[in-house]
Design a binder for this molecule. Structure first.
Ligand SMILES: *Cc1c(COP(=O)(O)O)cnc(C)c1O
Length: 371
């Protein structure tokens, strides 16, 4: 048996929708993209959605739209995918890292205020693995210091915090649709906001900075080509309709993994805070740092794909170390999680048999690495 880490869940609806687009002969900037934007924004209760060609593009547009520029500082998490900090570097702004909470792996609100300086413009929390950061506290701090908030919700569509969707606590939020995410468009992303000015600016920036009247050769800003095609949008619209079911299924699967794995010695299961409704991007375990890599190696040998995630932390990536001189020990909690965490196969269509095989392999590999 071979169990992959993740697997996209696409069906006949997506295939049919692509066919309809191809037969329509409108392949870009058409009605399907608008329908996808409206459906995704509405699913989260937001007024506007702007579809883009990746989550990274969406984060870059968010930074631009909030006027974050060279020398400005943005407070963010070192325990994330690199794009959530790179988006500041694209504009010459400075990511200022703050350590994370040991249970949720998300930005620790208690450590934010000490990192605020006169140059701080925004906070960019990441809802890592599908669980909300403490947005209640973070938005209070942002309000007190008049800082903007960009939510990196790429791993957390339909996740909730105190009953309210993530992506609804800041000025705007960004989602990603790479094939390992809860829903996919192959490549793609979405920015959501209630702010009309952000909406207008992002629409322009993703389309070469074209002015509002959309004269094809009239460019009012330095923009990009971050557009998606109607084909991508068709996949997105079909996936978006299924998203609530996907998330519910993932919550059930996570509960099944909990029940299955709670008695395995030497592993720590993921914890969800009572105020959070997790949307389960990945299922991450923690094990002793000293055995983590050997365990992953043995699991992969047995046909169960596992991966260290996220490793290393962003500030310890080669580019960040050489450019900014970060050293080990700067953010000890994030670094410890990064040395101990691994993800195991988790996707919407994983079967009970596959989950049982993951468990059996885990028990066997654990015994081997402990000896
Ligand atoms: C997936 C992801 C992104 C966006 O990735 P793209 O590949 O550009 O779509 C951004 N931030 C985080 C935390 C992610 O997991």
């Amino acid at each position: 048996m071979y169990v992959p880490l993740s697997k996209p869940h696409v069906g006949e609806e997506e295939i049919q929708a692509i066919g309809e687009v191809l037969r329509s002969s409108c392949l870009a900037l058409g009605p399907v993209t608008e329908a996808f934007e409206q459906a995704f924004a509405a699913a989260h209760g937001a007024r506007y959605g702007i579809a883009v060609n990746s989550g990274t593009s969406g984060l870059h547009l968010a930074v631009r739209a909030l006027g974050i520029t060279a020398g400005d500082e943005v407070i963010t998490s070192p325990f994330s995918f690199i794009a959530s900090a790179n988006c500041m570097l694209f504009e010459g702004a400075v990511p200022v890292f703050v350590d994370v909470e040991p249970d949720t792996f998300n930005l620790d609100p208690e450590k934010i205020e000490a990192a605020i300086s006169p140059r701080t413009k925004a906070i960019l929390p990441v809802h890592v693995f599908g669980q909300a950061a403490d947005m209640k506290r973070i938005s209070e701090i942002a309000e007190k210091h008049q800082l903007a908030i960009i939510e990196d919700a790429c791993e957390a569509p339909l996740a909730r915090h105190h009953g309210q969707y993530v992506g609804r606590w800041g000025d705007c939020a960004v989602y990603g649709f790479y094939p390992n995410k809860q829903m996919t468009t192959g490549e793609g992303g979405m920015l959501i906001t209630d702010d009309e000015a952000i909406y207008r600016l992002c629409r322009s920036l993703r389309n070469q900075g074209r002015s509002d009247n959309m004269q094809w050769l009239s460019h009012s800003h330095l923009g990009y080509n971050y557009r998606i095609s109607e084909i991508t949008a068709a996949i997105g619209l079909a996936q978006c309709r299924k998203l609530p079911r996907f998330i519910q299924k993932r919550q059930e699967l996570a509960a099944q993994y909990h029940a299955l794995l709670h008695d395995v010695e030497g592993i720590q299961l993921p914890a969800t805070r009572p105020e959070n409704q997790h949307s389960w991007f990945v299922y991450a375990l923690r094990v002793e740092a000293g055995i983590r890599d050997a365990l992953i190696h043995k699991m992969n040998e047995k046909g169960v794909q596992c991966k260290a995630y996220f490793y290393p932390c962003i500030h310890l990536q080669e580019y960040y170390q050489t450019q900014f001189g970060y050293e080990k020990g700067s953010f000890p909690i994030a670094e410890q999680i990064s040395r101990e965490s691994l993800i195991i196969p988790f996707f919407t269509q994983i079967t009970p048999k596959e989950m049982a095989f993951v468990k059996a392999s885990l028990v066997a590999c654990m015994a081997e690495v402990k000896n």
